[in-house]
Design a protein around this ligand. Sequence first.
Ligand code: SAH
Ligand code: MG
Length: 222
Amino acid sequence: MKNFSATLSPEVNAWIEKTFHPEDPILAEIRTRSVERGLPQIHVGPMDGLHLEVLTRVSGAKKAVEIGTLAGYSGVCIARGLGQGGTLFTFDADRKHMEVAQETFQKAGVADRVRGFVGPAIQNLAKITPEGPFDLVFIDADKANYPAYLEWAAENLRIGGIVLGDNTLAWGMLADEKFSDAEDEEAVLALRKFNQSIAGSGRFRATMLPTGEGLTAGVKVK
Ligand code: SAH
Ligand code: MG
């Protein structure tokens, strides 16, 4: 969708990236290859990729779920965080995206720990419920279904498991009253509902990490 940065000036951002080196050649190559293959350039940003890897490591997750694979950029970050012996179940509606992602997982040396599912995530998630409960769920697909994905996560995470939602600042429109088009409105209302339920349902202890895009993070407590 839009390029949006909530918090940091370009100068500060550049300094952070120069210092923390979020993007190695394997991750950088995903961006160029996915441009060549005509995929939309809506991967997580370099620092959000690093946040995903670090949060996955912190949580000690071994079984993770990703909704919205695209070219596998965030998937590689999570798979790295899982380490050897971990499993990432990743979902995308678009077969071509998943093909590019499978190349990515091969090149990144994590293909043995990733299982991809093509089709509408809501339907395919039902196929993996017997493999649960899961340690981590990363939500980054169609915004309208974020509330439904959160419900799935609430049912299928272990207590202490973590749910992460990308783009939850809604490109700066989270608190807007008016929208320029119906698509924005649908996405913003769904992201608002997602944040309200994770904050208020009593099933999660949750926070909003004000990364450029907004990364909502909640731990399942009930
Ligand atoms: N997480 C990725 C970016 C995902 S972009 C990264 O940061 O690298 C969002 C993806 O969600 C797109 O690839 C799109 O095909 C997929 N998507 C959209 N609607 C979907 C649905 N209903 N079920 C599964 N995937 C969907
Ligand atoms: Mg995103």
